[in-house]
Design a binder for this molecule. Structure first.
Ligand code: NAD
Length: 489
């Protein structure tokens, strides 16, 4: 069915907005709900169940009780559930994209891109489910056979942020299903609707009762705290801010839970003097403006050789100045709203701080008055390295340009941060590209490209950007334990 023209309100009204526990959609304790807002208009889209600690306890008990039977299902069965869910998502691209734009703000074209990207994790892990490896070797002294199998880690706590409401969920749910783990899942309170639509799809695809349990809530510490204290959950997989990730790691220590952390970033975008400047500008548009700059992979610091800084900044400003800012559901919109007022105020504060240290605005530099949380695409030139935005995730469409003198200064500026998720390197010299990718402390590096995300690649960071990887060959390993059998010869 082509749903291109369906009204988003009718899509919202078709959703189950309760808690999803043991294959039932139920009300939260005391019937509590919280509102979900459209950031382009500031208006309420709908309300969803506001789960409590008691609701969370029920959900984790179900995940615990279902683990043993779910672990015994065949890899093929799990694979085919994922593959069917992939097909349904693709069929419903237009509805899912409209829903995502309404609750999160990204322009429809980007929302469609996320539907394709998010669905791909289910297809990828449907293929991985039937390829879980094992080992069989002899011990060095020849006296033992060593048999190594993989088993599911057990019930998992999954927590996602608001900026990629589908893909951040499928990147966790896909490998959890593939490996045979049960789950409790809490989506971000700003964007629960896409996740609830995904749950419905997984159910239609045949996911058995009790495998996935979802608690939406406006009180994350209560719900997640109950899961972390339960002693039932064996793993936590979190995507979100570094500060919350640290809290969860401390909580995970109590029961020595396996932990995967996809945390914040502060990506350097390095443009060398020999770079193809037009290519670098194209890359910068992707790395800065995808998702309105609200991405952990967003280029946060444009480190540009002083000899090309003016040219790069001027070309980037021309491109950014041509963009149409507005409601992402309208045709022709390039840049949607930020998620909320707090995000808008943070971006303005960072820009004002840079200006107070003699940065110059080449384009943009202002929020929009009126309904919605809009900020103009902005290029700041001559940003001082002491500026606050050098060590704060901007999470908005602001590109600060910091000139550097030579390669060693570029490397030391790039590494002058506690984060290390991704870096971008623009140069036409292959030796320099490899040297810089060796020296810059990141989990991922884009060479002459502004985008690195790919379901077939291991996504993740070093330093305070996280622990573990999602996607790629090792994505499923995060949800598996090794079990070694010693068999004397
Ligand atoms: P956030 O940390 O505020 O929230 C993320 C999730 O954690 C939400 O579901 C939230 O309700 C929950 N949460 C908040 N406080 C909690 C607590 N005390 N205990 C348990 N759960 C809690 O992050 P956000 O604002 O939703 O997302 C933006 C952040 O996510 C940015 O820092 C961004 O870089 C990061 N991010 C990282 C990746 C990655 O793959 N590395 C991807 C996307 C976003």
């Amino acid at each position: 069915m082509n749903t291109r023209n369906r009204d988003v309100q009718s899509i919202v009204h078709g959703l189950n907005t309760g808690l999803y526990i043991n294959d039932e959609w139920i009300e939260a304790e005391k019937g509590r709900t919280f509102a979900v807002e459209n950031p382009a208009t500031g208006k309420t889209l709908t309300s969803v169940a506001d789960g409590s600690e008691a609701d969370a306890e029920r959900a984790i008990a179900v995940a615990g009780n279902t683990q043993a039977s779910w672990a015994k299902t065949s890899p093929r069965e799990r694979s085919e559930i994922l593959r069917r869910a992939y097909d349904i998502i693709i069929q419903r691209t237009e509805d899912l994209a409209a829903l995502m734009t309404a609750e999160m703000g990204k322009p429809l074209a980007e929302a469609r891109g996320e539907v394709a990207y998010g669905a791909e994790f289910l297809r990828w892990f449907s293929e991985e489910a039937v390829r879980i490896p094992g080992d069989y070797t002899n011990s060095g002294d020849g006296k033992n056979r060593i048999l190594v199998t993989r088993v599911p880690v057990g019930p998992c706590v999954l927590i996602t942020p608001w900026n990629f409401p589908l893909a951040m969920a499928t990147r966790k749910i896909g490998p959890a299903i593939a490996s045979g783990c049960t789950m409790v899942f809490k989506p971000a309170p700003q964007t629960p609707l896409t996740s609830l639509a995904l749950v419905q799809i997984l159910r239609e695809a045949g996911l058995p009762k009790g495998v996935l349990n979802v608690v939406t809530s406006s009180d994350a510490p209560k719900v997640v705290g109950a899961w972390m204290r339960s002693g039932i959950a064996r793993k936590v997989s979190f995507t979100g801010s570094t500060d919350v990730g640290k809290l969860l790691l401390a909580q995970a220590a109590q029961h020595v839970m396996r932990s995967s952390m996809e945390l914040g970033g502060n990506a350097p975008f390095v443009v060398c003097e020999d770079a193809d400047i037009d290519r670098a500008v194209n890359g910068a548009m992707m790395a800065k403006l995808r998702n309105m700059g609200e991405a952990c992979t967003a280029a946060n610091r444009f480190l540009v050789h002083h000899s090309v800084a003016a040219d790069f900044s001027a070309k980037l400003a021309t491109r950014m100045g041509e963009l149409t800012v507005g409601d992402g559901s309208l045709p022709g919109t390039d840049v949607g709203p930020l998620i909320d007022t707090a995000a808008l105020e943070k971006v303005q504060l960072l820009v004002d701080d840079a200006l107070s240290r003699n940065a110059e605005i080449i384009v943009g530099g202002r929020r929009r008055d009126g309904a919605g949380y809009f900020y103009e695409p902005t290029v700041l030139a001559n940003v001082h390295p002491d500026s606050l935005l050098m060590n704060t995730e901007i999470f908005g469409p602001v590109a600060p340009v910091i000139p550097f003198e030579d390669e060693s200064e570029a490397i030391s500026l790039a590494n002058d941060t506690e984060w290390g998720l991704v870096g971008y390197i623009f140069t036409q010299d292959i030796d320099r590209a490899l040297r810089l990718s060796d020296e810059i402390e990141v989990g991922m590096a884009g060479i002459n490209t502004g985008i690195v995300s790919n379901p077939g690649a291991p996504f993740g960071g070093v330093k305070q950007s996280g622990l573990g990887r999602e996607g790629g060959r090792i994505g499923i390993e995060e949800f598996l334990e090794y079990k070694y059998l010693a068999i004397p010869r």
